[in-house]
Design a protein around this ligand. Sequence first.
Ligand SMILES: *[C@@H]1O[C@H](CO)[C@@H](O)[C@H](O)[C@H]1NC(C)=O
Length: 443
Amino acid sequence: MLLLSNLLPLLPFLGQASAATADEWRSRSVYQIMVDRFAPPNGDSGTPCNPDDRKYCGGTWSTLVSKLDYIQGMGYDAVWISPTGLNIEGFTYYGEAYHGYWITDPTKANPHFGSDDDLKALSAALHDRGMYLMVDIAVYALASNTGDISNAALAADNGGALLFKDQADYHPKCNIKWGDHDSEMKCWLATSGVALMDLDQSNSDVGDTLINWAKDYVQEFGIDGFRIDASKHMTQDFQHRMCTTAGVFCVGEVAGDNTAYASRFQGSSAIDSVFGFGLMYGFVQSFTGGHKMTSLENKIKLAAQSYSDPTVIGQFLDNQDLPRFNSLTSDKSLVYNAIVGCFMYGGIPMIYQGLEQELSDGHDDPYNREALWLYNDFSTSTPSYVNIANVNKIRHALNGDDKFLNSVATVQSVRDQDIALVRGSALIVLTNVSHPSADLECG
Ligand SMILES: *[C@@H]1O[C@H](CO)[C@@H](O)[C@H](O)[C@H]1NC(C)=O
């Protein structure tokens, strides 16, 4: 006799074909994972890892599966994982490609992180828990030790691994003139060291190949969302075609403190969402940078004026490229206020691994890529772990109210050191008065 319970384990696999939409993502909160640095091989939290060595430390898609309780225990219902594609092999000018961003072929699995089947098993394990899988994709460029785009060099590069081997697939080498948007899209993010050879997605050879791959990738691996690396360096049109063809929610990295420009990447002829860099800078300035709360207020106002849909913007306090928030202040009460603001303001929190363990050595890359397993052995009782769990709980409860879910907060009142925000029926009060505090003035 065939029991329904025998079929239940198969359901997640059946579910893999359906990618999620912006409406389905809005209520979620996302835990950002650098796969190599998240969960140790063989469950051994003694596995050494020195970020300064810039080498692979052994985290994989399978080791990640063993720590999903840890992530879900904080109330996250989605993960974003570092890129899965094939990378430059060996020790480059800047070390090994442990972070996954030096793509040579996005269509093949990086064997350091596991096999296609391992990635599918991760996807199924997440779906089994009702969690979403967001994958980081880097399709703006291919990485090379030489940066030589002659046909002969491309054929030989990385042992013949490059997905695109024709000079016409690339934009000619040039250094970006920052602020010149055309140059940002066509020139190279790096021309030497590890060269990032900018792809010409308007060449159908490149554009169609990537779009068709993206569609298959989403279907085959059960991907619910893309985080698009270096979104700023590709046209909106290409990204729009890729995301709509793949039928998947996309959030783009349009780095920099320019909300108005970033907002041009969101919308019906662009993509669903971008990261809230502006708001992130607001939190950094008003909680660690000596600015008045009006800095945060200004970013909130800019976001409201600029984004076509502020309710799905990816909110964050730091990431793999930025100083850890805990490295900017030793005052945990300021960090907690920023966490509450980041989760409660609106949009989709996308929070880098390690905030919950209050990692603070990491200023910039590579120091902000510590192996998480070396800190507190995945403790679920550090104050920040507990705070994030609590704020996720509150957020989930309030998400039941449409007025909360489908809005972002507006500023109710602001003083130099505190700000009151309103979102639906929630009143959110944040202060940058340090702890132990000067007397809190009531008035
Ligand atoms: C909080 O805001 C005040 C300005 O009102 C500023 O002087 C102070 O430095 C800020 N604190 C932090 C930690 O940034």
